[in-house]
Design a protein around this ligand. Sequence first.
Ligand SMILES: NC(=O)C1=CN([C@@H]2O[C@H](COP(=O)(O)OP(=O)(O)OC[C@H]3O[C@@H](n4cnc5c(N)ncnc54)[C@H](O)[C@@H]3O)[C@@H](O)[C@H]2O)C=CC1
Ligand SMILES: O=C1[C@@H](O)[C@H](O)[C@@H](O)[C@H](O)[C@H]1O
Length: 351
Amino acid sequence: MSPSPAPLRVAVVGAGAMGSDHVSRITRRISGAEVTAVVDPDSARATAATALAPGSQTYSSFEEALDATPIDAVIIATPGFLHEPVILPALERGLAILSEKPLSDTVESSLRIIEAEQRLDRPHIQVGFMRRFDRGYLELRELVEKGENGALLALHCAHRNPSTPPNYSESALITDSVIHEIDIVPFLAGEPIVSVEVKKPRRNSLAPEGLVEPQFVLFETLSGTLAIVEISVNIQFGYQVTTEAVFESGVASIGRAETIQVASAGTLGQGVTPSYKERFGAAYDTEIQRWVDAAARGAIDGPSAWDGYLASVVADAGVLAQSTGEKVAVEYALEKPAFYEAGASLTSTGA
Ligand SMILES: NC(=O)C1=CN([C@@H]2O[C@H](COP(=O)(O)OP(=O)(O)OC[C@H]3O[C@@H](n4cnc5c(N)ncnc54)[C@H](O)[C@@H]3O)[C@@H](O)[C@H]2O)C=CC1
Ligand SMILES: O=C1[C@@H](O)[C@H](O)[C@@H](O)[C@H](O)[C@H]1O
């Protein structure tokens, strides 16, 4: 029997909500990888996360970790505007990279990242659009592809968070939250988003002062499928992400039955997941396992930096639509480079 390959040595950069969740995931549920470095300038957070991964060390910067210990791969879980300063040195060293969504906070930064990546021999960056690994979304996409119910006409999407973290701004509704629908709508429809419009109903008085939400974001795809997204981020009751798809001869819905339904004492009840960690727990596990397995063979297996770039272009248009109230056309300045075509089983969105 040949010996099993050495585990992938992973640095997790950013040990907040998502980073510490990934540390725990890799340690407990993922095979073929181990967390060897946790990077966070907040030493209490770094220390708490290393406690989840026996043998890992804390570092206050990515550079310090790179100098101190061998690293094969990096998970980037800092706020979006801090992804590029980690991605660029990681690319220079040829590391496998899992960047949490968004790829970066601006189109310009996303462009710099894809330019730098294309200097390498193949894609190294996978973006954390985990919905592409969620069973419900995958089944819905299969239904669209089979075409048995006719063409996909429309998507009703609800994206509901119980509350917002500090410093959550109006543009974050698009760049931090709806960015998931910006990725998943083309994934389901098989074609790119071409316009975006934002409408604002009566404001939720439970939202922090100055935050105007909920909002309704209307996307149109190339052949005219409409996706309407309700984004509510202080809805209190729990975390809920649902989609109803309207076909020519049928409807399909996902996301309403993540927990057991109980009929008792004259009521029919069902729990609601408290956060994204429970709602998408299985999807994150699959995403990270497939990223690790792909890294071992020198590949990615999921949304690429190109998908991250496309999402940043749509998000930009969405933020403009928030302020103008007008329909904004999405202009993609680049054609998809051949570099991003090869071996990308989950990356094709037709753009
Ligand atoms: N895929 C998903 O469903 C989710 C993805 N995310 C994404 O994960 C990323 C992190 O978000 P959260 O964990 O919610 O944020 P967070 O605020 O909880 O954690 C961010 C951490 O980064 C650390 N940090 C700041 N500067 C740093 C630096 N230079 N080097 C290393 N660490 C640094 C902070 O001290 C903090 O501990 C974001 O990109 C976010 O969009 C977040 C939640 C869910
Ligand atoms: O990515 C996530 C958060 O950053 C974002 O703030 C939430 O709105 C999303 O539901 C969650 O999946």
